[in-house]
Design a protein around this ligand. Structure first.
Ligand SMILES: Nc1ncnc2c1ncn2[C@@H]1O[C@H](COP(=O)(O)OP(=O)(O)O)[C@@H](O)[C@H]1O
Ligand SMILES: [Mg+2]
Length: 228
């Protein structure tokens, strides 16, 4: 069941990307083509009109370049592998805040980079999904993303000041089209961590993930066999 849910979560993600690719990139490219056709007609009219059209077409190309960059970043941000989780979160939250009317305040305990690659990827995905939910559903004006050290574990919290929702009911509903929260929880639990969500009317929602510091990656395959 777990595998099936992960696979359908991946499918949902793909559908989303494909929809966004269509709406953003393809539409802009079609716009460019229309402009180019108009250009060849304007060419005989005059230099001034021609320049204006070229400037506009440049703008369209720039827009689609930005959109493609954004997709690449969301699929697998290179900065996560090259520079680490904190720079990846900085860059991701900056790009969300620039596009949406929302303030994102990020504080992070540098020791989080000592976690393994798999754990840091999970934390990145949780932050990504939680921020996407805030933007989509919360009507919040501010988000606080904080990574801190607690005894034996790393804690990451994403707290918004938006509308609250019925967390238990949403989980129980097991709507196959709503896999964001379930996907987050499963990813965290797969690496031995825990995820809790608290949503309070008048205050907002907090997503809290805790990843144990001594987790599976520190156990040798032999030790794993012995303990099982
Ligand atoms: N930060 C949030 N603030 C308000 N509502 C939220 C928040 N996060 C999730 N929700 C609610 O929980 C539902 C399930 O979220 P999720 O599983 O991510 O699915 P989806 O984002 O595709 O709707 C959302 O549809 C929304 O109603
Ligand atoms: Mg979601």
């Amino acid at each position: 069941m777990l595998t099936r849910q992960i696979i359908s979560a991946q499918e949902e993600e793909r559908k989303e990307i494909s929809r966004e690719l269509h709406d953003e990139v393809v539409q802009t490219l079609i716009g460019i083509n229309v402009e180019l056709s108009a250009l060849s007609k304007t060419a005989s009219v005059g230099l001034h009109a021609l320049r204006a059209k070229i400037t506009h077409t440049n703008q369209l190309v720039e827009n689609s370049v930005n959109a493609v960059h954004r997709f690449a970043r969301e699929l697998r941000p290179a900065v996560l592998d090259d520079l680490g989780l904190i720079p990846a979160l900085h860059s991701y939250s900056r790009s969300v805040a620039e596009r949406r009317k929302i303030k994102i305040h990020l504080t992070a305990f540098a020791g989080v980079e000592a976690l393994g690659n798999a754990q840091r990827t999970v934390l990145f995905r949780v932050a990504q999904e939680a921020l996407t939910n805030v933007v989509r559903h919360a009507h919040a004006t501010q988000v606080r993303l904080a990574i801190s050290a607690i005894p034996g574990a790393i804690r990451m919290e994403i707290a918004d000041n938006g509308w609250a929702f019925a967390v238990e009911r949403t989980f129980r509903a097991r709507n196959p089209k709503r896999l964001g929260l379930i996907g987050m929880k499963e990813r965290v639990e797969m690496i031995g961590g825990s995820l809790k969500i608290e949503s309070t009317p008048g205050i907002g929602t907090v997503v809290r993930a805790e990843i144990p510091l001594a987790s599976a990656k520190d156990i040798t395959p032999a030790a794993q066999k012995k303990s099982s």
